[in-house]
Design a protein around this ligand. Structure first.
Ligand code: UT7
Length: 332
C-alpha cells in the first residue's frame, strides 16, 4: 500500500562547479594517497566551487535546468525547498535567494537542515505541502558548498566531501499512474547520536571566538567508523520500510540511488538488500560526498544518461548527520 500523497517528479537538473580537485592534489595538502582514498572510499576526485560562488548560485542553476526539463516557467513554481547545511547565510534562507535568482515570483520558500538526508526530507515535506493545499508545483533542491566547512589539514574528513547541487520539480496530480510518481517514503531521526557527525561551532552552542578559532570548530567533525556502521544499518532499514509500504520487494527495484558517502557502504547495502551492484547508481568517484546534493544529482544523471526508463522502480535512500535517514520509492 502506498501513501496518499499524490505527487510526481516531472523534471530534474543538476549543476557541478568546474574546478576539479583530485586525490593527487590532496596528496600535496595532507598525508594521504590516491590509493588509500580510492580503496577506502571509492572517491577519485571532487568539485570545488569558486570562492565567490554561493550555495544559492549552484542551487539556482540546478533549478533552472530542472524547470527547463519539466517545461515549467519560474512563475509557475509555488514552493521552493532547499535542503542544505551550507546556506549562503544564517538568514534569509537559501530558498529566498534562489526564488529571487530564478524569478520564481509566486513561490514561498524555506530551507531544511537534515544533512545528507536533506533532499529526501525536503521531498517528503513538499509532497505533504502540495497534497494539502492550493500549491501544486514545487522545486526541491539539494545544494552544498561543503568546501566551506572543511578543515584542509584533517585527512580524516577533507578527502571525502565536495560541492554541487541537484534539483527536482514536483507536481501534485490526481493520476496514480503519472510518470515519476513518488509511491512511498520513510524518514528517521536519532538525536542521541548527534556527536558522531557535526559542525560543532558557529551556532549558539559554540560561537566562534578569537580564543577558539584556531581549533576550527566551524568545520566537519566525524567519527567515521561509527558513522559507517549506522549508515549501513539505517539505510537498509529505510529501504525495507519504503519498499514494504509500496508493496514491493528489492527484486522489483531497477535502480538504487543511494547517498554517495562511501562505495563500501553502497556495496554493503546492495548485498544486504539482495540487489546486484550493477543496479546501484554511483558517481562518488567524480564528486565525492556532496551531502544533500548527492541524490538529486544522481537522479538527474541517471535520467539524462538514459539509465532509467519510464516505469522503472527506483529506490532512493540516504543517511546523514543527526543522525537522520530517509528513503523514497519512485515509479519513474
Ligand atoms: O555522509 C554522511 C555519512 N557519512 C558516512 O557514512 C561516512 C562513513 N565513514 C566512512 O566512510 C569511513 O569510515 C571513512 C572513509 C571516513 C574512513 O575509513 P575507515 O576505513 O573507517 O578508516 P578509519 O577511520 O578506521 O581509519 C583507518 C586508518 C587510520 O590510521 P590508523 O589509526 O589505523 O593508523 C586513519 O588515521 O586510516 C587512517 N586515515 C587515512 N590514511 C590516509 C584516515 N584518513 C586517511 C586518509 N589517508 N585520508
Amino acid at each position: 500500500m502506498s501513501d496518499n500523497c499524490q505527487c510526481s517528479i516531472i523534471g530534474t537538473g543538476s549543476y557541478m562547479p568546474a574546478r576539479v580537485l583530485t586525490n593527487h592534489d590532496l596528496e600535496k595538502l595532507v598525508e594521504t594517497s590516491d590509493e588509500w582514498i580510492t580503496t577506502r572510499t571509492g572517491i577519485k576526485e571532487r568539485r570545488i566551487a569558486a570562492p565567490d560562488e554561493t550555495t544559492s548560485d549552484m542551487a539556482s542553476e540546478a533549478a533552472r535546468r530542472a524547470l527547463h526539463t519539466a517545461g515549467i516557467k519560474p512563475e509557475e513554481v509555488d514552493l521552493i525547498i532547499v535542503a542544505t547545511v551550507t546556506p549562503d547565510m544564517f538568514f534569509p534562507s537559501t530558498a529566498c535567494f534562489v526564488q529571487k535568482k530564478i524569478g520564481a515570483t509566486n513561490a514561498v520558500g524555506f530551507d531544511i537542515s537534515a544533512a545528507c538526508s536533506g533532499f529526501l526530507y525536503a521531498l517528503q515535506t513538499a509532497r505533504h505541502f502540495l497534497n494539502g493545499g492550493p500549491r501544486k508545483t514545487a522545486l526541491v533542491i539539494g545544494a552544498e558548498k561543503l568546501s566551506s566547512l572543511i578543515n584542509w589539514t584533517d585527512r580524516n574528513t577533507c578527502v571525502l566531501f565536495g560541492d554541487g547541487a541537484g534539483a527536482a520539480v514536483i507536481r501534485w496530480d490526481d493520476q496514480p499512474d503519472a510518470p515519476g510518481r513518488v509511491i512511498s517514503s520513510f524518514m528517521g531521526t536519532d538525536g542521541n547520536l548527534a556527536d558522531l557527525l557535526k559542525v560543532p561551532g558557529g551556532g549558539t552552542a559554540l560561537p566562534i571566538t578569537a580564543e577558539n578559532v584556531h581549533l576550527r570548530p566551524n568545520t566537519i567533525h566525524m567519527e567515521g567508523r561509527e558513522t559507517f556502521k549506522h549508515a549501513v544499518t539505517r539505510m537498509c532499514q529505510a529501504s525495507e520500510k519504503a519498499l514494504k509500504e509500496a508493496g514491493l520487494t528489492a527484486q522489483d527495484v531497477k535502480l538504487v540511488i543511494p547517498h554517495q558517502a562511501n562505495a563500501r557502504i553502497i556495496s554493503a547495502i546492495a548485498e544486504r538488500l539482495g540487489v546486484p551492484e550493477e543496479r546501484t547508481f554511483i558517481n562518488l568517484d567524480k564528486y565525492g560526498n556532496t551531502s544533500a546534493a548527492t541524490i538529486p544529482v544522481c537522479l538527474d544523471e541517471a535520467n539524462r544518461s538514459g539509465r532509467i526508463q519510464r516505469g522503472d522502480i527506483l529506490l532512493l535512500v540516504a543517511f546523514g548527520g543527526g543522525f537522520t535517514w530517509a528513503s523514497s520509492v519512485i515509479r519513474w
